[in-house]
Design a protein around this ligand. Structure first.
Ligand code: NAD
Length: 523
């Protein structure tokens, strides 16, 4: 039996021990989930949503206990646990309570006139058993949101929480149990990488993964063996572009929050700041002064994962060796804990690891740019494309720049918060991921779509069916030219004939009397 130990990274204290699930237990969970699927998928949507409502109410009723548990497991300050985990989770539940029935209803679509008399629609059906594999940085929000989206769409879920924050996995298991979800509809499989691998090899019908690029690639490769669809929400190296006409004080405060909230362990952290040359010195001065005022344990919490803190230190060392200057911070704050001083760096360039790789820690490298074109080029010079921000009081310019950024998401005059708008689809481009959730896409991504075209079936046959005749060939030649060719390519007499031909062909094929010569088709 293997146990995971939960350490509170802000104090170094051992908080709990949680037993890992074995591969046999994972397979047994999959068998139970498959057995639970028919009843859950056929449960009317409003009843499924009632369980979600209970979950939301529980979260809110127990807001202090939930925030305290998250803080214990991650080291984040409690206000961030409420503001960036509990609040957006409750908000998206509320959003789907109101809109899921619309998003999941069959959608009528148009039917071209060549299929005259038919009608068409799309149905959204659950896929089966969805695996949700989560990271440690927002262990509540990044778990519950995909879990509940899959459940609303009618799927059962096998959930593998992060081994770095197992206490939150236990909390989520209890919340779903207390909300009264039927047995085996959501099962929590505590454990580390091996448990995650076991979940993937149990052949779920879809894998929703949030985590690093390296793991995402492994999961996608394993899923490919069985053609399991994957959604990957991966890392980022988000740029912030500050133009000289931005409200500079606002941009300074935005940069601080964007880089240091959750100790910089946000997939959409501000990881690179490009400032227009005329205001660069002033921006750096103000950022350094404001950073030094941030209070440990009040505005910024500890980091969560010891290995992540080592990576942050390695990025700083590499940058300094290549000529960067640490303007403030740059060191751990308290032995035995994972507090790390919010750090501002200048003199950075694209040869440094901290400009290329995801740091996922409280580092804010700042560099100047000369022109709009240069800013866009530098911002796009990354293998990531998760989020970005553009700062200017000229919204025409800001939107023009946003359009040129190769990024799944962009904020204008703000950072990160676009992810908390449940109406906006969320996901990355390039190495930042595949797929979108939130919004209607957040339910559709957990559905099989079935496209249906209905023919009333009252005619004996259709015009395109056998036998093929010269009239049919002529009719389709003319029709194709008419609909899709250059405007003048169908002379008027041909047009007149077309309708005659279509009508005659139709009548003939449907057994109506038609006097015409039957010729063979040219071979
Ligand atoms: P990680 O990739 O190390 O682990 C994520 C999860 O995958 C964990 O539960 C882990 O146990 C599991 N896992 C590891 N190897 C596995 C395997 N071979 N098969 C199946 N499961 C496996 O990531 P992490 O360190 O927990 O999280 C940090 C990363 O997540 C950062 O790169 C961050 O940018 C990214 N992230 C992305 C988003 C987003 O929405 N795009 C959000 C948060 C975090």
């Amino acid at each position: 039996m293997t146990y995971m130990v939960q350490i509170n990274p802000a104090t170094g204290e051992k908080v709990a021990e949680i037993k890992e699930k074995s591969q046999t237990e994972v397979l047994a969970a999959m068998t139970r989930a498959r057995a639970a699927f028919p009843a859950w998928s056929q449960t009317p949507l409003d009843r499924r949503l009632a369980f979600l409502r209970r979950l939301r109410e529980l979260l809110v009723d127990q807001i202090d206990e939930v925030a305290a548990t998250i803080a214990q497991a991650t080291g984040k300050v409690q206000v961030e646990a409420v503001m960036t985990e509990i609040f957006p989770t409750a908000d998206i539940i509320h959003y789907y309570e109101k809109r899921a029935s619309d998003f999941l209803a069959p959608k009528r679509v148009k039917t071209p006139f060549v299929f005259w008399g038919n009608h068409s629609y799309v149905e959204y059906k659950p896929m089966g058993v969805v695996a949700v594999i989560s990271p440690w940085n927002y262990p509540l929000y990044l778990s519950i949101v995909p879990i509940l989206s899959a459940l609303v769409a009618g799927n059962c879920v096998l959930f593998k929480p992060s081994e770095v924050t197992p206490l939150v996995g236990v909390l989520i298991e209890k919340l779903f149990a207390d909300a009264g979800f039927p047995a085996d509809v959501v099962q929590v499989l505590h454990g580390g990488r091996e448990t995650g691998q076991a979940v993937v090899s149990a052949k779920p019908d879809k894998i929703f993964f949030t985590g690093s690029v390296a793991t995402g690639k492994k999961i996608m490769a394993a899923a490919a063996e069985h053609l399991i669809p994957v959604e990957l929400e991966l890392g980022g190296k988000d740029p912030m572009i500050v133009f000289a006409d931005a409200d500079l004080d606002r941009a300074v405060r935005g940069a601080l929050w964007g880089a240091f909230t959750n100790a910089g362990q946000v997939c959409m952290s501000v990881e690179r700041v490009y400032v227009e040359a005329p205001v660069y010195d002033e921006f750096v001065r103000k950022v350094v002064a404001a950073t030094q005022e941030l209070r440990q344990g009040v505005e910024f919490g500890s980091m969560t994962y010891p290995l992540q803190m080592q990576l942050v230190q390695a990025h700083i060392q590499d940058a300094v060796e290549k000529g960067a200057r640490v303007e403030c911070g740059g060191h751990a704050l308290q032995e035995g804990t994972l507090y790390f001083a919010p750090t501002v760096l200048t003199g950075v360039n694209s040869s440094m690891r901290l400009m290329q790789e995801e740091t996922f820690g409280p580092l804010l490298p700042i560099l100047p740019f000369a022109t709009e074109e240069q800013a866009v080029k530098q911002a796009n010079d990354s293998e990531y494309g998760l989020n970005a921000s553009v700062w200017s009081q000229d919204l025409v310019k800001a939107k023009r720049v946003a359009t040129q950024l190769i990024s799944g998401n962009v904020c204008i005059n703000d950072v990160i918060t676009n992810v908390a708008n449940p109406h906006l689809p969320f996901g990355g481009v390039k190495h930042s991921g595949i797929g979108r959730y939130h919004g209607p896409e957040g339910l559709h991504t957990f559905c099989h779509q079935t496209s249906i075209m209905v023919n009333k079936g009252t005619k004996p046959r259709e015009i395109n069916w056998y036998p093929y005749t010269p009239e049919l060939q002529d009719a389709f030649h003319t029709l194709t030219r008419l609909l899709f060719g250059k405007k003048r390519s169908v002379p008027f007499p041909a047009l007149k004939n077309l309708f005659k031909q279509m009508l005659r062909t139709y009548r003939k094929q449907n057994g109506q009397p038609w006097q015409g010569e039957q010729k063979n088709l040219p071979m």
